[in-house]
Design a protein around this ligand. Structure first.
Ligand code: DQA
Length: 145
């Protein structure tokens, strides 16, 4: 399975930022964790702090038809970006939104997920394991077809 892992703003700073919320693992640690947990998957990892780059990556992925699933953590854009939501709505393969922290247990502005509303499902609050559960969900969906 070809899987696109999309990470939004500030997630390149994992390991340095607010460890009480996000833990001490870096984004590279999480990428390696996914590679070792799912050796049969082919991952493409993309992180950007720029809304337009995330949107264009989604466009390219839709046009190429190269992926069987997406796992997305749009960071703060989760709560604000109608433009990313509209791009994600074009994606016809399963797309799982993940968050390291439990966004519903935090500030009220994090309780709304614009992108989650057009995702297949949402996993939040399990630290780096949220990504594992997200990829596992893609495998489960694929095997139930
Ligand atoms: C986050 C939660 C968001 O509210 C926040 O802006 C992030 C990280 C998470 O993974 O818990 O950047 O998406």
């Amino acid at each position: 399975m070809n899987i696109l892992i999309l990470n939004g703003p500030n997630l390149n700073m994992l390991g340095y930022r607010e460890r009480s919320h996000y833990g001490s693992e870096t984004l590279v640690d999480i990428e390696n964790l996914l590679r070792t947990t799912f050796p049969s998957a082919v991952f493409t990892f993309f992180q950007s702090n720029h809304e337009g780059e995330l949107i264009e990556t989604i466009h390219d992925a839709v046009k190429s038809g190269a992926y069987q699933g997406f796992v997305c953590n749009f960071g703060a854009f989760t709560h604000t970006s109608v433009a990313i939501r509209d791009a994600l709505a074009m994606v016809e393969v399963p797309k799982i939104e993940v968050h390291l922290s439990n966004i519903h247990a935090r500030e009220e502005f994090r309780h709304t997920s614009l992108t989650g509303a057009v995702s297949t499902g949402i996993i939040a609050g399990f630290g780096s394991r949220s990504y594992i559960y997200g990829v596992q969900a893609l495998f489960d969906i694929a095997s139930s077809k």
